[in-house]
Ligand binder design. Structure first.
Ligand code: HEC
Length: 175
């Protein structure tokens, strides 16, 4: 081997090693991304496909427990008809619902929506007609259970913690 070809072989070896190191680093990165939730995600099961991930506020332990409790109640009772985002499933997406109605109205509604409609409440009647008179069944959920669900849907995808009890009453503002 001439010194020149030796040099070429040496450079070639160096390049191969560099490429291998880069590949290893890439492999570790991809592996880490798959096993750990992405930054800003509460859990891996809450991805928002378009953005990759839903941001979740930094909760205290108590708030996190309330969020998880609301989420499980939502998943068990509401998820088949509602999204916690904005898209319509059977009923409207519940994102921002506390900007549309007050907590008290929402509690009464969830416990017995047909009663609210029968009372002639204009918002309820309009919504019921808009959704082709699809019945939302009554739920034997307590006030605090409905509040936990509302805490969950309000904070889902929010970048800071929203305390639902401190929100103003939107009734008579947007109908
Ligand atoms: C069988 C389907 C179904 C289930 C289950 C269901 N809903 Fe609904 N919901 C609807 C429909 C449909 C509407 C629209 C009004 C109507 O047709 O009565 C609605 C309306 C609402 C509204 C009013 C939304 C707005 O934009 O003003 C809220 C709040 C709501 N539902 C909460 C809940 C919660 C909380 C649960 C679970 C405890 C739940 N719903 C379970 C079908 C459902």
């Amino acid at each position: 081997m001439t010194p020149f070809t030796q040099k070429i072989v040496h450079v070639f070896n160096l390049l191969t090693m560099m490429i291998l190191t880069l590949l290893c680093a890439l492999f570790i990165l991809v592996f880490k991304m798959q096993t750990e939730p992405l930054p800003g995600c509460a859990t891996k099961d809450e991805p928002m496909p378009a953005l990759g991930c839903m941001p979740t506020p930094t909760f205290t332990n108590g708030e996190q427990a309330l969020y998880n409790y609301g989420k499980s109640l939502f998943n068990n009772n509401c998820q088949q008809c509602h999204s916690s985002g904005a898209d319509v499933i059977v009923g409207p997406g519940l994102k921002g619902v506390l900007n549309r109605r007050s907590i008290d109205w929402l509690i009464t509604w969830v416990q017995n929506s047909q009663k609210v409609i029968a009372s002639g409440d204009p918002y309820a009647v309009k919504l019921y007609n808009k959704y082709n008179k699809t019945m939302m069944q009554s739920f034997t959920l307590t006030t605090s259970e409905v509040k936990a669900i509302l805490f969950y849907v309000t904070n889902y995808g929010s970048s800071k913690v929203v305390y639902i009890d401190s929100l103003h009453t939107p009734e008579n503002k947007k109908d």
